[in-house]
Ligand binder design. Structure first.
Ligand code: NI
Length: 178
C-alpha cells in the first residue's frame, strides 16, 4: 500500500481527538483537505476516509463504496463528500460484519452497527443534503463518523475473539467464494 506514512496510524493522538466543525466549507483550506482525502483514498483501496486520518482534525468524511481487493462485495456508488455530518438511526436493527481501517492495517474485526440511518451533511458548496444509508454504506458511514469522535472500530468490538488478521480474513473470504 502506497502512502501509508500519510495516513495517521493507531497510537497517533489525532485519531483520539474530537474533530472540529468546518466553519468555511468553500475555503481553499477545506478544498485542499478534501483533495488530499480523495487522493489517499483512491491510492489505498479504501471505501471511506475521515479527515483525522490525514492529520486534519475537522469534520469531513468521504464515503466511496466500491468493490475492491479489500472489500470484494462492497456496493458501487459515486463517492460522497460529507462535511459536518450528523445522523439519525432509522431502525434499531443492528448487524455485525467485518471492518478494517487504513489507520489499523493488517487487522479485521466484527463490528455491530445500525443497518439504517438518515445522514444530514453539507456538500462541497455548503448546501445541506440528506441521504438514507443502509447496510454496508450505513456501516462505512458509522465507521468514518466514529473517527470524527476520536473513536476507532476496535472500540466497538464486543469480544476480542472477533478480531483477526487480514491474512486470515482473506483466507476466509477465499473459502467462502469456493
Ligand atoms: Ni477507519
Amino acid at each position: 500500500m502506497k502512502n501509508l506514512d500519510q495516513i495517521a496510524q493507531l497510537g497517533s493522538s489525532i485519531l483520539r481527538q474530537q474533530a472540529l466543525s468546518v466553519e468555511d466549507v468553500e475555503s481553499d483550506e477545506t478544498h485542499i483537505i478534501i483533495n488530499r482525502m480523495f487522493t489517499i483514498l483512491s491510492e489505498s483501496n479504501g471505501v471511506g476516509i475521515a479527515a483525522p486520518q490525514i492529520f486534519e482534525s475537522v469534520c469531513i468524511v468521504i464515503i466511496a463504496s466500491r468493490p475492491s481487493e479489500r472489500y470484494p462485495s462492497a456496493p458501487k456508488m459515486e463517492p460522497v463528500v460529507m462535511i459536518n455530518p450528523e445522523y439519525e438511526v432509522l431502525s434499531q436493527e443492528i448487524e455485525k460484519d467485518w471492518e478494517g481501517c487504513l489507520s489499523i492495517p493488517e487487522i479485521r474485526a466484527l463490528v455491530p452497527r445500525f443497518v439504517k440511518l438518515k445522514i444530514t451533511y453539507l456538500d462541497c458548496q455548503g448546501v445541506v443534503q440528506e441521504m438514507i444509508a443502509e447496510n454496508f454504506i450505513a456501516r462505512v458511514f458509522q465507521h468514518e463518523y466514529d473517527h470524527l469522535l476520536g473513536l476507532v472500530y476496535l472500540d466497538r468490538v464486543e469480544n476480542n475473539m472477533d478480531i483477526i488478521s487480514e491474512k486470515e480474513f482473506q483466507k476466509m473470504m477465499t473459502l467462502k467464494k469456493i
